[in-house]
Structure formats: C-alpha cells, structure tokens
Write a protein that binds this ligand. Structure first.
Ligand code: ADP
Ligand code: MG
Length: 589
C-alpha cells in the first residue's frame, strides 16, 4: 500500500467510531520511507498507537562508518532517537481528545544506552514510536489524522532521519564519543583500574533533579601521583586520574565534592553523550553502589561475614526479613552484589549505616564484642580485596579508621583531588583503633551460595487464583492469566500483584531500563528459567539472550539495556521472593 491508500482509508473512516482506526493497520510506502501502523489504541485516552518507520540508508544518507562496530552503532542510534524526539516535540500539536496528536519516541537523556526505539541495520534504520490517533470524543478525526500521518510525520522524518551536513558532524561525534568511552573502559582491566576520570571532566550536575552538567563547574584535575594516560581512537591520548584496584578512600571537608565524584564514577558504568562532561569518565561495568535501605525485604542471604548473633537467635547465614535495618540492608546488598559476580563496590557515607561502616575504640570498650552482632565493614574491606579481589571506593569524611586498610587516600579540596596517602598512613601508627579480636572470633568466609528461587514466588500475573468464570455448561472456565507489568519511571515496577521499590537503585538511570527489568523477569518466568537454574544463572541466561539477539528478543516496547546488577537488585526487592534452596557456596565471588 502507498501513502495515497492511507489517505484514502483515513477519509473513509472520518467521523466513524474510534475502533474503525483498526482498519488502517498495515504498511504504507512513502517517498523516502515505509510507515507501519502496528498496534492501534482502543480509544483516544488509552496508551497511544505503536508505529514504526523503515528508512533506507540511501535515503537517510547514513553511511557505514556510523555503524561499523557496536559502539559506533549505539552512539549513532542514540543521536537519531534524540533528534527524532526533538522533531516530534517541535511538530506535535494537540488534535482533539485525550492523547490525540501526541507523537513520542523513547528519549535518551545523558546516558548512551542500546535501545529498541532506534535500530540501525545493514541497509536500513528502523524507528519505533507512538502516536495518539486523533479523535473528538470517540469520533475519528480523519482529516487531522491525514495531516499528522501524511504531512507532519514525513516532515519529522526528513528533519530527524535524513542527515544534513551539520547532522553528519553531530552524529559522527556521538559515534566517536561512544567508541572512545568503550575503548577507555576496555583498558581498565589491563591497567588494573576500577575507574578513570579524565582531566577536564565536568562531574557535578545542574541540580538534584537535572542531570545536565552544572555550568561554571570546576573541571576535574588529577593529582600527579594518580595520573595515568590512556589512548583512544578519536580523542587520542587522554590523561586523568586512574583509581587502581584495591581500597580507595575519598575524604575531605563537607561540600568539597566527594559524593559528586563517587556519583560520576557510579554513572561511569554507562557512556555519556557529547557535551555531558562525563564522556571520559568510566568505571568497570560491574562497579556497584551499595547503600543502606532500611525497610526493604531480604530473602535468604548469608549475612554472616558481617552480622552474627542477632537477638532472638535469628539465622544470619540464611537471613530473611520483611523489614531490614540500615546495617542488615547494607550487608545484604553487598552479599547480593557479590552474588552477581561484581568485583567493585562503591560506598558513600551519606547513604550508609554508620554502625555498618565503623565502630570506634570507645564503643568497642563499652559494648563487648559478643554483644555486638555487626562486624563493621572496616574490618572486612581489606580481606575482601586480599582474598577475593573485590575493590572498594569509599567516601568517608567523618572517620580515620579506614586509613589503615586503605591502599590510597584521595582528599577533595575545593572539588580538586589531592593524594594524601602518605599523610594518612603516617597517622595510623600503633594505636590503630580496630581491635583484632573480632576478626579472629568470626573468620572471614564469603563463599557466596547461589540462591535457587521458589518459582511460584516470582509471579508476573495479575490473577494469582484461577478465575472461576461462568458455570454455564457445568464446568468452570479458566481465564488466561494476564501479565501485569508496569514501569513507573525509575521509581518502581509493578510486577503481578506486587510493586517493587527501585527508588534507591541509583544506577538504574532510565525508565526504559525499568521496562526491560519487567520484560526480562517475565521472560524468565514464562520460560521457566527459575525452575532449574539458580537466580543468577537465570539472569545470566537473559543477559546472554539480550547480547546475542538484541533487546527485541524480549516482549515489550521502548526497552533499554540493563546490567545484571540491576536485574538482580530488582528481584531481590520483590517482596514475595522465596528461596527454595541454597547452592553449594562457590569459593571466590
Ligand atoms: P560532599 O559529598 O563532599 O559533601 P558534594 O559532592 O555533595 O560534597 O558537593 C557539594 C556541592 O558542590 C554540590 O552542590 C555539587 O554540585 C557542588 N560541586 C561538586 N563538584 C563541583 C565542581 N567540580 N565544581 C563546582 N561545584 C561542584
Ligand atoms: Mg557527600
């Protein structure tokens, strides 16, 4: 069919009741592209209709250098999604009731993520978006739909998807920037680095609710002792601070930029768009922020490396609660992170449980060790690295207890880092306040047991009980179960009858990732992955599937890539989660 056929069909249904829009499903050839109307909404207030556009690289002038490898491709796709989004905002007008006239594409913000909304293929680009088909009440506004689909949309396409000379420069810089960042990250391991922060990077954000760079910020400048130089394909040689493996303390006065630095590192697991300020700030892909999150639930986690002898003889080797405390939640979150295979922890005092981080000499004298269930992190952090190669970057302005186990101490002074390792080590002396006794009485062993879920405890369906249905004919009908999965921004995920609270997962950065979590967990349930695989194996299976077949292997619109750490974190916060058995602990995480 052609665009004239679409024009004709829309004329025919003008003024008819809304469901007549179903007749326009199908594909239409336009001058430069093909438009497909894939799913039509039920009424103007329902979630908008789903459409896609396929445009040949010959028409869009996208040349193969823009997608010659995965990094360049994702960079270019991000650029196209952003420019399509900008053109939609520019082109749309309200055309009637409800969502009539709305044109929307999943919009990338600062992070560059692989997404389903734009896919650059070998010969063509596919763009998936949503449109509110116009109506007045429930009557179809055919003329408005003609304007929207056969005039506005082609304009958006030629503005956003057909590259002008300027566009070519810009899209190329997205591809280059993304390729450089991936290159940087891939060098971390060889240089035994957890993170790299380039000189000149802009770390602070415009505000707590705005991820754009802060204007007039002090650019990052590495201390000479920690400076490394790395080479990338486009920007060439870059100097910056390399944070080596091991234990790194970030100290300094209040408001001197400590948390800002750690936040930039935690976002460094993703790449950033040109102009963000953090284009050359990268962290190991598995670096994970762990924090206190009291009131969360915990399902069968072995907290014994940190917590023992809880009141009421509560089992800490197989710890389950509906309502964790600050310290137990942070201990659980560390063990769960290690279960994902992560080798880098990021911790900020601002959002940690103090009694989990430290217990000073006086308090140790006042409260006998056998009365205190918690072995503070300060006594474990070094063995975590020495025995298990798990590095930690820790922001701590209020206690010197970590000087001893730390490999290096970086102080921030007016936003600029200085290496104060020698000075901090000089202060350690003999009167180091950690009593060795606790370390001896509770030997450190973090063999991480892989957990196997009771698969009925992970239920994406709304009707937990079979529908009784009508009894006509003498037998009960079963209504097919209906999946109930809704992403609510990055705050929470409705999953079956449950709401999973994701609000404190700071490395979940985009609502499209929340949708991916929902789709991935549903996939695992439908394919019964939890029946015979451990939780982590099941999640690894899905991650491998997304890597191999792309995100569209999952069922859902507007998905974006996700790490196994966030998938795991979401599942760990599902309050119905039950563990049916613990596997044999593996040696090192
Ligand atoms: P700390 O954790 O040391 O108390 P923060 O990281 O929270 O400090 O930073 C305090 C304030 O300083 C924040 O408002 C932050 O945006 C701002 N800030 C951080 N780094 C810079 C910088 N390089 N230039 C300008 N302002 C900065
Ligand atoms: Mg802070």
């Amino acid at each position: 069919m052609t665009s004239e056929d679409l024009h004709h069909s829309l004329c025919k249904i003008d003024g008819k009741p809304y469901p007549a829009y179903k007749n326009i499903r199908g594909s239409y050839k336009f001058n430069k592209f093909t438009l497909s109307i894939e799913r039509v909404q039920g009424d103007p207030f329902a979630s908008p209709s789903r459409l896609s556009i396929r445009i040949d690289h010959r028409s869009s002038l996208i040349d193969s250098s823009l997608f010659s490898n995965a990094s360049r491709r994702t960079g270019s796709e991000t650029y196209l999604a952003r420019s399509f989004s900008a053109a939609c905002r520019h082109g749309q007008t309200s055309l009637g009731s409800g969502k009539s006239g709305r044109l929307e594409i999943d919009t990338p913000v600062q992070e560059i993520l692989k997404r389903t909304c734009v896919e650059i293929g070998k010969t063509e680009t596919i763009v998936r978006f949503s449109v509110g088909l116009p109506a007045n009440g429930r009557r179809i506004l055919g003329k408005a739909a003609i304007g929207l689909l056969t005039e506005t949309l082609p304009e958006i396409v030629s503005q956003a998807l057909v590259l002008s000379k300027n566009d070519k420069t810009d899209i190329n810089s997205f591809a280059d920037t993304n390729e450089d960042a991936d290159h940087l990250r891939s060098q971390l391991e060889d240089h035994r680095l957890v993170a790299f922060i380039a000189d000149g990077a802009i770390l602070p954000r415009a505000s707590g609710i705005d991820q754009h760079p802060l204007s007039n910020a002090v650019p990052f400048e590495s201390p000479a002792s920690q400076r490394v130089r790395l080479t990338v394909p486009h920007a060439g040689e870059i100097s910056g601070m390399g944070i080596s493996d091991g234990i790194t303390l970030i100290v300094g006065g209040g408001y001197h930029g400590k948390s800002t630095l750690l936040n930039a590192i935690e976002r460094g697991v993703y790449n950033h768009i040109p102009g963000d300020g953090r284009e050359q700030v990268v962290a190991r892909k598995d670096a994970t922020k762990v924090r206190a999150e009291d009131a969360r639930s915990v399902a069968s986690v072995d907290l014994s490396p940190f917590i023992n002898n809880l009141p009421g003889d509560k089992d800490t080797q197989n710890f389950t609660t509906e309502n964790a405390s600050g310290s137990t939640s942070q201990a659980a979150s560390i063990i769960e992170t290690l279960e994902t295979g992560s080798h880098a922890l990021l911790i900020d005092e601002d959002i940690s449980a103090t009694n989990f981080l430290i217990r000073d000499a006086r308090m140790q004298q006042l409260i006998a060790p056998e009365k205190e269930p918690i072995t503070p992190f300060v006594q474990r952090v070094r063995s975590l690295y020495d025995q298990y190669r798990v590095s930690t970057i820790l922001v701590l302005g209020g206690s010197g207890d970590y000087f001893e186990p730390a490999h290096r101490v970086i102080a921030l002074d007016n936003y600029l880092p200085k290496d104060l390792t020698p000075q901090a080590k000089a202060l350690c002396g003999d009167d180091f306040s950690i009593s060795p006794s606790t370390e001896e009485t509770t030997p450190f062993n973090i063999g991480i047991a892989k957990r196997f879920a009771d698969s009925s405890s992970i239920n994406p369906y709304k009707h937990a009980v079979p529908y009784r249905g009508s009894r006509h004919g003498g037998h009960r009908q079963q209504r097919p179960p209906r999946k109930n999965i809704k992403a609510q921004n990055t705050r929470s995920l409705i999953f079956g009858t449950q709401e999973i609270d994701l609000s404190l997962l700071s490395q979940l950065v985009n609502p499209s990732q929340t949708r991916t979590i929902g789709a991935a967990l549903a996939y695992a349930c439908e394919n019964k992955l939890f029946n015979d695989q451990s939780i982590i194996q099941a999640l690894e299976t899905i991650v491998a599937l997304m890597d191999e077949k792309g995100l569209s292997a999952l069922d859902g619109n507007d998905l974006a890539e996700i790490r196994i750490q966030e998938l795991m974190a979401a599942l760990n916060r599902l309050r119905t989660l039950k563990i049916r058995k613990l596997g044999i602990p593996t040696e090192a995480p």
